[in-house]
Write a protein that binds this ligand. Structure first.
Ligand SMILES: C[S@@+](CC[C@H](N)C(=O)[O-])C[C@H]1O[C@@H](n2cnc3c(N)ncnc32)[C@H](O)[C@@H]1O
Length: 224
């Protein structure tokens, strides 16, 4: 594993533990959030590949596949689909519920991708980016592992009201400004192809109010 990935070792361990605990209730607990992410992925794929969806990619890599909600949308465009997750508990649910995957791998998806450089022309990371404080390392690792012309689709919670990145007080999820995401993508060498904004889940605010979270699903490409 690269030094950069090792720096994040405590985050990966915490996520593995947390999602192992959440796995049995994830589908009920994350109902709206989960569907919004998978639907946004589907919308972006439809928009970009509406005339040649089936099997347009030889292989896709679902980074942080969880219980497998993105399997159906990804298998539409990929001949082979690998689902990778830190949590054995989440993968257990996926293997029972999501028949679209050809392969499941337990482990850090970024390390697995680095070991299989060039093997996956499509990488998806849905509902993963809000777990990290800064996406640079993820963008850079994925860009290095993609073949030229390869595509990454990911979503992120966005703060459209200001240029600041914020952290939700309750869930601890990170929300980035769109300008910040654009700058971090450029720094990693990824070119923006398409971006779809949508309303994600409702969150509780201090004082009992509820507010929708704005999210964006991005399709980006490693230039040829
Ligand atoms: C909020 S869930 C999303 C699951 C699924 N993509 C969905 O949209 O329903 C986040 C998942 O990402 C996994 N994850 C986060 N970082 C990861 C990494 N570096 N490698 C593999 N899995 C990761 C977690 O274990 C968790 O199962």
């Amino acid at each position: 594993m690269s030094e950069q990935l090792l720096d994040y070792q405590s985050l990966w361990s915490r996520l593995e533990e947390a999602y192992d605990r959440i796995a049995p209730i994830y589908n009920d607990h994350a109902e709206s959030h989960r569907h919004a992410g998978a639907e946004a992925l589907s919308a972006v794929l439809q928009q970009r590949f509406q005339f040649d969806l089936p099997g347009v990619f030889t292989a896709a890599f679902d980074l942080g596949c969880g219980t497998g909600h993105c399997g159906r949308a990804l298998k539409q465009v990929a001949q082979k689909l690998a689902g990778v997750d830190l949590s054995a508990g989440m993968l257990r649910q996926a293997s029972e519920q999501a028949a679209e995957y050809d392969e499941f791998i337990q482990g850090n998806g970024l390390a697995v991708l680095s070991e299989r450089t060039g093997a996956f022309p499509l990488v998806a990371a849905i509902n993963v980016m809000q777990l990290v404080e800064a996406p640079d390392m993820i963008f850079k690792t994925i860009c290095d592992a993609l073949p030229s012309g390869g595509v990454l689709i990911f979503n992120a919670d966005v703060n459209v009201e200001s240029v600041d990145n914020v952290r939700e007080w309750r869930s601890g999820h990170y929300r980035f400004s769109p300008n910040y995401i654009a700058a971090r993508l450029r720094a990693a060498g990824l070119a923006l192809l398409y971006c779809h904004f949508y309303d994600d889940r409702l969150i509780d605010l201090p004082g009992g109010e509820r507010q929708p979270v704005r999210s964006a699903c991005y399709m980006v490409q490693k230039p040829n």
